[in-house]
Design a protein around this ligand. Structure first.
Ligand code: NDP
Length: 237
C-alpha cells in the first residue's frame, strides 16, 4: 500500500476519519475530501504528526458539486501526486427522517447530490487516472436500507438503492476492460454521529467503532480482491 494515493470523501469524521488515519499509518497518501475545514485540518495534522505520508486536503461541499468541481478535484490530485489508486465514496447525508408525503424537495435533492451525484461526477473525472493504476479501486458505501425500503428513511434509502445501481453499472463496464475493481460495502451499524442521529435511543457503547471496519477496507485494496467475483459485501457483525 506504501505510496499509493487514495481519495476518501467525508474524511473529517466518523468512518472516513478512521479510514484516513489507518490508511496513512500503512504508508498511503490520503486525499482528505470534506467541507469542514477545521476538522479536516485536525485529521491532516494528526496524519502529519504520526506518519511520513503526504496527505492533501480538498475542501468541497458535495451538495453543490458539478462536473467542473469534479475536474478540479482530479486536477489537484494529479498535480500533487501524478497518480490515483482508489477512491472510497464514504460521505453521505442522512437527511430528514420523515414520510415521503412530508419530504421537502430541496432536502431530497441535497441528499441525492451528496450520496449519489457526487460519486457520479467524481468517478467520471478520475477514471482515466484509475485506469493507469495497477489495481484501481472504487469503493461505494451501502446501507441496510439499500436492501429493502423502510418507512421514514426517504432520500437516504432511495439514494443508497441508486448507489447500488451505479456500482453495478460501473463494475459491469470496467471489469472486462480495465484492472479497476468496484465494490459496494455496507459497514453495518457503526458508532458515528450519523448512527446516533438515526438511532438516538441506542447506547453507543453497544455499537462497534469505525476501526473494526479497517481490515475489510484493506482487503478491498489487496491483490487477493483483484480476483473476487463478488462485488457487494457487508460487515459481518
Ligand atoms: P458521519 O455522519 O460520521 O460522516 C459522514 C461524512 O459525510 C462526514 O465527513 C460529513 O461531513 C460528510 N458529508 C456529509 N455531507 C457532506 C457534504 N455536503 N459535503 C461534504 N461532505 C459531507 O457518518 P458515518 O461515518 O457513519 O458514515 C459514513 C458512511 O457509512 C456513509 O456513507 C453512511 O451512509 C455509511 N453507513 C454508516 C452506518 C453507520 O452505522 N454509521 C451504517 C451503514 C452505512 P460533515 O462533518 O461536514 O457533515
Amino acid at each position: 500500500m506504501k505510496n499509493k494515493v487514495i481519495l476518501i470523501t467525508g474524511a473529517n469524521k466518523g468512518i472516513g476519519e478512521t479510514l484516513s488515519l489507518e490508511f496513512s499509518k500503512i504508508g498511503v497518501n490520503v486525499v482528505l475530501l470534506g467541507r469542514n475545514e477545521e476538522s479536516l485540518d485536525g485529521v491532516y495534522d494528526e496524519i502529519v504528526a504520526t506518519t511520513s505520508t503526504k496527505p492533501l486536503i480538498i475542501k468541497c461541499d458535495l451538495r453543490n458539486i458539478d462536473a467542473n468541481g469534479a475536474k478540479q478535484i482530479n486536477d489537484e490530485i494529479m498535480s500533487a501526486y501524478g497518480r490515483l489508486d482508489g477512491v472510497i465514496f464514504n460521505a453521505a447525508k442522512l437527511g430528514k427522517m420523515s414520510t415521503i408525503e412530508d419530504y421537502g424537495e430541496e432536502s431530497w435533492r441535497e441528499v441525492f447530490n451528496v450520496n449519489l451525484h457526487s460519486a457520479f461526477v467524481i468517478s467520471k473525472e478520475i477514471l482515466p487516472a484509475l485506469k493507469t493504476a495497477s489495481n484501481g479501486r472504487i469503493i461505494f458505501t451501502s446501507s441496510g436500507v439499500a436492501e429493502a425500503g423502510r418507512a421514514f428513511w426517504g432520500a437516504y434509502s432511495a439514494s443508497k438503492f441508486a448507489v447500488k445501481g451505479l456500482a453495478e453499472i460501473l463494475r459491469d463496464e470496467l471489469e472486462t476492460t480495465s484492472n479497476i475493481k468496484v465494490f459496494n460495502y455496507d459497514p453495518g451499524k457503526t458508532r458515528t454521529s450519523m448512527r446516533a442521529s438515526a438511532y438516538p435511543a441506542e447506547n453507543p457503547e453497544d455499537v462497534k467503532k469505525p476501526s473494526a471496519l479497517f481490515n475489510d477496507y484493506l482487503w478491498f485494496f489487496s491483490e487477493e480482491s483483484q480476483l473476487s467475483k463478488q462485488h457487494y459485501f457487508k460487515f459481518d457483525d
